[in-house]
Design a protein around this ligand. Sequence first.
Ligand SMILES: Cc1cc2nc3c(=O)[nH]c(=O)nc-3n(C[C@H](O)[C@H](O)[C@H](O)COP(=O)(O)OP(=O)(O)OC[C@H]3O[C@@H](n4cnc5c(N)ncnc54)[C@H](O)[C@@H]3O)c2cc1C
Length: 493
Amino acid sequence: MKTMRATAAVIGGGFAGLSVSAYLARAGYRVQLFEKNDQPGGRARYWSHRGDRFDMGPSWYLMPEVFERFFTDIGRRREDYYELKRLDPYYTVFFSPDESVTVGPDIERTVTLFESFEPGGGARLRRYLEQARYKYDVAMRQFLYRDYRRLSDFFSPRMLIEGSRLRVLSSLDKQVRRSFRDRRARQILEYAMVFLGTRPEEAPALYSIMSHVDMNLGVYYPAGGLAGVAQAMEALARQMGVELRTSRPVSEIRVEGDRATGVVSGGRLHRADVVVSAADYAHTELELLGGERRTYDSRYWERRVVAPSMFVAFLGVNKRLPRLQHHNLYFSESWNQHFDAVFSSPAWPPNPCFYLSCISKTDADAAPNGAENLFLLVPVAPGMEDTDEARESYFQLLLDHVERVTGESLSDAIAVKRLYSHRDFAADYNAYQGTALGLAHTLGQTAVFRPQRRSRKVRNLYYTGQYTHPGVGVPMTLISSEVTAREIRKDER
Ligand SMILES: Cc1cc2nc3c(=O)[nH]c(=O)nc-3n(C[C@H](O)[C@H](O)[C@H](O)COP(=O)(O)OP(=O)(O)OC[C@H]3O[C@@H](n4cnc5c(N)ncnc54)[C@H](O)[C@@H]3O)c2cc1C
């Protein structure tokens, strides 16, 4: 007798939706993926204009082993889909318009750099990175690729032992301050927390693994940028038989009794045995499910620490900018004031720290000849009023900073300009309060304390993506999807 294939409906075609679809297709499911935008990739889409091609979201390709594992799991080879180039330097850090340093693959140079910041700093960096490597290895083996359903999964005897070694309960800032007094050393070791949506004082010390991730494992550029990786995953998903439908928002998860029967899109019910939401979690719960079907109500979301939004400027500039590298970070002395403006007293940060990527340094196709492609990003508080006037005046303030850092006058050279912030995140991705990153990585929102990957009310409804464990960042969403697909199969058995 021929058995019917189980069917899955996946909502959202970002990295999480694409990867969970591939995992489920590999497991034998017939998968339909519904994406509201006309391009998959989610926050990692392209925007092209006048010969400039911008990665709209992520631009740092980190933890390459996670991507390799994904392709291997699916029975493919990553190198058949896209090429990788290790950047050198990985990034430049400006501490003021006149002082900059680079961090790159030569770890001895980074040790010497830290020694130049403060006597003994080099040796302490070595120790810090050894600890970070240890934590990373433990986290990869025991912490990241796991599902946490109840408190006892997290506070198990083994986790308590490993957790204390990983310093899960202490803050990153405390750990860094124990070893480093110099502002520049601390900023280099702590900056990545902003990309996890939290400030260093609130981030568990576990996240010192991010220094192992960038300094030891390295920073890469995938051909075509991160949006190119999303396109490669789209191609892979289609090859696996996933039916990918773009410009097809889901308006409802249809539930009968305690089971989802499918999703409604384009006014029609698409039946499925399993529904997986890879869209923003708050949107799914508050807008696609009726009140009694929600695991988390609006009060829950109001009490979360929502991760920052981002003010982004996509700029095509008709001149070369020799002071910049591919990735550039600007950390002023007033970085604590910036954190306050994001995390405690929401305001457009008057003396901002910012990230500036210039992928045309590596990728000739990203900008016309003789021009540069700039992506300017400032973390800002979620939920702020985001009017055209506020954006434009903030952009002018930023431009002044960028001109000082690049040492070039830019206003006359800008040929392409697009500003992107809260309103766009909300409209394009249904992002709660216009957040760029979902939920912050505070201790109270780590592992078992992140929203669960199983609905508690609807038996065959699952979640994946940056809101779930392990959290924010492209590699994390691939891990989340591997775990969600594994749990779906376990439940099925
Ligand atoms: C500006 C920026 C810079 C970043 N930089 C980095 C970086 O350098 N490196 C890194 O690793 N990470 C970075 N991140 C984080 C990373 O991009 C995200 O963590 C990751 O892409 C999230 O993937 P996801 O699939 O969980 O969510 P998303 O990418 O948001 O995908 C969710 C999808 O669901 C769709 N959707 C929503 N509602 C519906 C609906 N009702 N029906 C159908 N579809 C729907 C959305 O359109 C979207 O395509 C950055 C993020 C931003 C915003």
